[in-house]
Write a protein that binds this ligand. Structure first.
Ligand code: SF4
Ligand code: SF4
Length: 430
């Protein structure tokens, strides 16, 4: 069953190698190995890639024929050859995508669909970055020019695997934490390498402090560089407050600190967090108005960041809850409040709920009190992490999105959040 598809990918690899797209050529050589990972999404992805490959042949044949026509050369044999290669590639795609092949690869069709979507959305977003952003955002390109395509393939495959794990109720909570911590490790490893002089690991060579509050305070102080603000708002539009449970490079630290206690405690202090937020914004405005130089401003920001680490080490560890994120970080507040603009919600079917409080026993964001549960929705600090969904013995907690069933809302949420995670893994660096 895989012989024709492997040959089709080899032909595509030869084509890309001939036109000096060596990263793409190696990616084409590697894709058939996916088929040894016997999961249904791998045939869907490989088959769809072959359909796209047939379009590459069509476009190439058309371009070559036009060139030959321009020079008055015969082109019919060329069209026949390219047409045959295109049909062979399409046939190979059909071999993979037909029902018989799909059934040979085990897996829940819903999970396969989610992984396939994550694969292609990640690949699409990273390809746009590869093609349109002048700065070399993808790390592989910085060491081996043109090999960003290979990185795109690897990150898309990674996203597809993570999506399947997070879609599985049994592994969702564990994998959310695993991949979030992985992201933080990758992010800070790059920062440390950058500090040791390997500046390819830095985004532009200009260092910034990795303190989330600076996402808001930095542009206010500088008056320019709104990239992180737009990135943050983009994630809010797509996945609401999930920035704080899946995407933030510091939030994973607070999560790790809070897990020093097996069962989360409860700590909320909205008033303190509001006051800290107002203070941070006010200080940024004053620093700008008084023309304070970058050095004292950086020291202040570093002190704020270190105080946040202190909050994690003392309070989050002691309470078993994410005190830094729910009571200290201004971006956490923005994420919770602005996140309400996004339609994703967590809802509790109060009819089936027995108030056993099992969900509250896993919520590290102190978003589930008895009153919240009886009201059928978590409170402001919910970050849509989903941990409570998998721990409810009555299955009464679910993702909610207008006009979608609970299961479809969950699938949509997973596709969006895992795609963002895979993209962040590829491009997020200081
Ligand atoms: S609250 Fe702040 S540190 Fe915590 S996850 Fe959100 S942005 Fe990151
Ligand atoms: S209420 Fe549920 S989804 Fe929201 S933060 Fe708590 S555990 Fe996560």
């Amino acid at each position: 069953m895989v012989t024709f598809p492997i040959l089709a990918f080899l032909l595509l690899a030869a084509h890309f190698s001939r036109i000096n797209y060596n990263g793409l050529a190696i990616a084409c050589l590697l894709i058939p190995f996916l088929l040894f990972h016997r999961k249904r999404w791998t045939v869907l992805v490989s088959g769809t890639l072959l359909v796209m490959g047939s379009l590459v042949w069509a476009a190439t044949g058309y371009r070559l024929a036009l060139t030959r026509i321009q020079y008055g050369l015969p082109y019919h044999r060329l069209l026949a050859i390219m047409g045959a290669v295109m049909l062979f590639t399409l046939f190979s795609a059909w071999v993979l995508l037909r029902r018989k092949s799909r059934e040979r690869y085990p897996g829940d069709p819903a999970s396969a669909g989610i992984s396939t979507w994550v694969f292609f959305l990640t690949a699409l977003a990273l390809s746009m970055i590869q093609l349109k952003v002048p700065l070399n955002m993808l790390l592989f390109n910085r060491f081996l020019p043109g090999f960003g395509w290979l990185e795109i393939l690897l990150l898309s495959v990674y996203g597809a695997i993570v999506a399947a794990r997070i879609h599985d109720y049994k592994t969702q909570a564990k994998w959310r934490i695993r991949v979030w911590h992985l992201f933080t490790i990758v992010f800070f490893t790059q920062l440390i390498l950058g500090l040791f002089g390997f500046d390819s690991f830095l985004m532009t060579g200009n260092l910034h402090l990795p303190v989330p509050a600076l996402i808001a305070a930095g542009p206010i102080y500088r008056g320019h560089d709104f990239f992180m603000v737009f990135l943050f708002l983009g994630t809010i539009i797509l996945v609401g407050p999930a920035w704080c449970s899946q995407l933030c490079y510091i939030g994973a630290w607070d999560d790790a600190a809070s897990r020093s206690k097996k069962a989360p405690g409860y700590y909320r202090n909205d008033r303190v967090r509001m006051m800290i937020t107002v203070l941070v914004i006010a200080v940024a405005i004053l620093l700008r108005l008084f023309g304070v130089g970058w050095f004292p401003a950086t020291i202040l920001a570093a002190i704020f960041g270190l105080a946040g680490v202190g909050v994690m080490l003392i309070f989050s560890r002691k309470k078993g809850t994410m005190v830094h994120c729910t009571a200290y970080c201004p971006i956490g507040l923005f994420s919770n409040v602005l996140g309400k603009l996004n339609p994703f919600r967590i809802r509790i079917d109060t009819g089936g709920c027995t108030s056993c409080m099992a969900c509250a026993q896993v919520c590290r964001y102190s978003a589930l009190t008895l009153e919240d549960i009886q009201a059928g929705k978590p409170s402001l600090t919910c970050t849509l992490c989903g941990d409570c969904i998998t721990d409810c013995p009555q299955n009464t907690i679910h993702y909610h999105f207008p006009c979608l069933s609970a299961e479809t809302a969950r699938k949509l949420f997973i596709v969006l959040v895992v795609t963002l995670h895979a993209i962040f893994l590829g491009v997020a660096r200081i």
